[in-house]
Write a protein of this length. Sequence first.
Length: 784
Amino acid sequence: MPASALPVRTNADTQAIARILLIDDNRSNLELMREILIGEDRSAAHNLESLEAALFGDKPAARAPLPRFTVEHCEDGREGRDLLASALAAGRPYAVAFVDMRMPGGWDGLQTIEALWQVDADLQVVICSAYDDHSWEQIVDRLGCLDNLLFLRKPFDPIEVLQLATALSEKWRLQRARQNQLAELHQHVAERTRHLQQALDQRLRVERELLHLSTHDALTGLANRPLFMDRLEQAMILAQRQERQLLIAFIDLDRFKQFNDRLGRQLGDQLLQMVAQRMSACLRESDTLARLGGDEFALLLPDTKHAKDAMSALTRLLGRLAEPFSLAGEELSLTCSLGCSIYPDDGADGEDLLRYATAAAYRAKELGRNTIQAYNPELHARLQERQLLESALHRALENNEFELYYQPQIDLRSGRLSGLEALLRWHHPQLGDISPARFIPIAEDNGLIHQIGEWTLYSACRQLLAWQQQGIALPRVALNLSAKQAAQPGLDALISRCLKDTGIDPCYLELELTETASMDDPEHIIPLMQRLRKLGINLAIDDFGTGYSNLSYLQLFPVGKLKLDGSFVRGITSDAGSMAIIDAVIALAHRLGLKVVAEMAETEAQVIQLAAHGCDQVQGYYFSPPLPAAKLEPLLRAGAAALPTPAGDDGAKRVLILDDEQHVTSAIRRAFRHEHFEVLTANNAAQAFDLLARHRVGVVLSDQRMPDMNGNRFLNQVRMLYPETVRILFTGYTDFQSIREAINLGAAHQLIDKPWNNGELQQLISQGLEQYAQNRQQQNGANG
Ligand SMILES: Nc1nc2c(ncn2[C@@H]2O[C@@H]3COP(=O)(O)O[C@H]4[C@@H](O)[C@H](n5cnc6c(=O)[nH]c(N)nc65)O[C@@H]4COP(=O)(O)O[C@H]3[C@H]2O)c(=O)[nH]1
């Protein structure tokens, strides 16, 4: 009969009440059981207890309420299993099942119990049996020794049924509660574990990020200096074991500051990122590229069998970097200077190796940028000297080891003293006098230049004041300003303060900024120059002609002077190229209303030529070396120097003979001593150029074979420097090669064989002088 055939009586308080399933094929058994368990007659038991309490004098105990059950039943094992399954699925599991042992026509009790436990292993089971058809041992054998199985012998005592139901349902409840607690505990533990895991993950992530931040450069994502040094140390250990070499490179971007200033910080950063990406792209996984700061990078190539292989990687890097970068609609050409050192050849200390590579990169910069320079012993010596000077420099100011020397500048028209250049001298007690060319760059690097500059400024102004107080007419004093000094914030304030402190009129002060410093950073320099001009200070551009001038800037610089670099002055008498540059600079400066000062003029010939080419002022050993203030006093009081005077005639009666053999020049001089022309002689090209610079000469006769410069080359320079002068070449042998060259170059007008015939030579010279006179006339005519 289906379960629904008997009305299912359920108690109202279903949640707190244990659910019991009865499975028995005997309906009257079911009825009886149900009644016992739901229990209308249990009030009688209660009354009985009350009566006992009255009789034996006990107070009727405050009785715990009798357990009540929700009972459902069925008459067949399969049905019981299904009921159990659907109750479980509905979340209303049975606590106890009373199962009849014998149920003919269906599953017997044991089979039923097995099926029930397959559905719900927690179910407490009571086997009800009236027969001894299964011993307890047999039951245990079949079902196992389990604590959720009890045996009830029929006919059963209602109390026994109730006790079994109560105890087992309580046990079931406790077991469930424990299971729930355990599940909760598991859940709690799982949750807690999950939280801890999350916290741990988070912490690991933060730690990883922190580690990355502390070992990487935030802008480019490249390794930073500490990580680079660490990798270098590791690589050195490995390289030592494997007897390999390592290459360490220092990379400095050329003129990055200019780009950064022009593009602005944000685009400058972007450019650095692009540079980093491009460099990384041409390196191997095993290489380490690091950004040390600013525009400086370091590279470690550990996978190097031979350092030479690595050099080709560096060349590739240099080439890739030189390709233009597209940024903000512009094509930017950026190059780099690269220095490298090799482990173990150059050293065994990581810091040293990086320092050597850095020194080599700076050397590469000096050599003209966009190039690679390997560390070498010469650089090593320079570095050691640098270290020595650097530590000595720190004490130089305190120990009063500096002194200012002054070198006069002379006006080439009047010979008057037009100014003085103050030049710093360092007298070191042990190392002797040290050139500013050696220590100024060091002072620029370590920042001492600012203190040194301040000292120089105050010293020069105080000296000017002292001269003023001695009644000496004040010349203008020029001071050098290095690029770092010019970049120093508050420079104009310092100068104003110094002028105020010393009471010097700013018109007596001139500041010289090199062409390179001015052109490197015009956006900063132009406003600075304007502020200095406002203060009344004069400005000059130093070493003009050696840098990469953007000539259009020249109009924007509020300067009054260009200082022509000494290298051109040195070549003025002998090198047509130097002369051409000097001419061009003078013409340019004059068109812009600027004066030109030539520095390092050492010879009379140079001074004469500079004057002849329209240079305004000159400075150099020819007039005076830089001197201490006291030694300059005679010149300052005189206020002028004697200018050299070129021979006044036009050279139409002058001949210059150049031959390295003195007996040749002497013989010619003797032969023509009574002639109508004067004979000058020289035994080397330098002497000859010097004579030509100081005298006009109508005819030049040069030997072809000379050790310092052959005749063709000499005459060719003469052709370019003094085009009107007539040139004759002595060819000692039948030297067709030199004859052909002389003709091709147009170096010589005439050729004459050695040994020569005096009559023939005299005739050639006379013709030459006539030709020269005609050239001069034409020239004068052309000049109007
Ligand atoms: N061969 C030759 N040399 C001559 C002749 N006449 C002068 N000189 C030298 O040429 C250099 C000219 O100075 P500079 O180009 O400004 O070049 C200077 C300047 O750039 C820097 N310097 C010197 N004093 C200072 C200073 O007080 N501050 C700064 N920032 N730099 C300075 O050091 C450089 C070298 O200075 P010095 O060794 O004094 O070298 C000076 C000077 O002594 C000559 O006829 N022949």
